[in-house]
Design a protein around this ligand. Structure first.
Ligand SMILES: CC(C)(COP(=O)(O)OP(=O)(O)OC[C@H]1O[C@@H](n2cnc3c(N)ncnc32)[C@H](O)[C@@H]1OP(=O)(O)O)[C@@H](O)C(=O)NCCC(=O)NCCS
Length: 171
């Protein structure tokens, strides 16, 4: 399978924050943002793998900044590393000023998707070739995030998580 770059899967979705999307402080409800990120990430994973994909795990979410009612929110997702049948998708969330058009980074998240064949079984995905420095940085750190996610899910023994061990123990 031919390698693809992150830009081949880049997915950008902009939408408003309307009253039905907010919490009691009139900021975007966390679950609504998770759903928007999941949709964009699902499209990105589908673009990379040309397959049906499912969300396998949410590895990281940082709700760093509240997103007020009326904001224009842009969710940008791209595959940051492809493994055998799974893909890590990195999601950046931006708020755009109505008046200056200036964009501020509000949140980010990392999801894992798995590509499935017509029988619903995990199927191989093309490799990912990072191009920019940021893409290379995200690619390099993705293996330890995968190992952490698998350890937390009880699917990998901590002693087998070589990248994580190297990070914590300097091995
Ligand atoms: C995701 C799913 C296909 C994985 O099935 P599985 O039997 O664990 O399959 P495998 O063990 O072959 O794992 C498939 C890949 O997923 C990865 N994976 C599984 N669980 C993971 C987790 N918690 N974190 C990171 N990666 C995970 C495996 O490492 C493997 O990756 P690789 O082939 O690239 O090395 C299956 O659990 C599923 O269908 N879940 C429901 C998905 C869904 O409906 N999501 C919508 C939200 S409700």
């Amino acid at each position: 399978m031919q390698a693809k770059s992150p830009s081949a899967s880049r997915t950008v979705m902009s939408d408003l924050v309307l009253p039905g999307d907010t919490n009691m402080l009139n900021n975007l409800f966390g679950g609504e943002l998770l759903a928007r990120m999941d949709r964009a990430a699902s499209i990105a994973a589908g673009r990379h793998s040309s397959s049906i994909t499912v969300t396998a795990s949410v590895n990281h979410v940082a709700f760093t900044q509240a997103v007020p009612l009326g904001s224009v929110v842009t969710v940008e997702a791209a595959v940051s590393r492809a493994f055998t049948t799974s893909m890590e998708v990195f999601i950046d969330v931006w708020i755009e000023s109505r008046f200056s058009g200036e964009r501020t980074k509000a949140n980010e998240a990392i999801y894992t998707f798995v590509a499935l064949d017509e029988m619903g079984k995990p199927t191989k995905v093309p490799p990912l070739k990072p191009v920019s420095d940021l893409e290379k940085e995200r690619f390099a750190a993705a293996l330890r995030r995968k190992q952490l996610s698998l350890v937390l899910a009880g699917k990998l023994e901590p002693r087998e998580a070589t990248e994580l061990r190297a990070l914590f123990m300097g091995e």
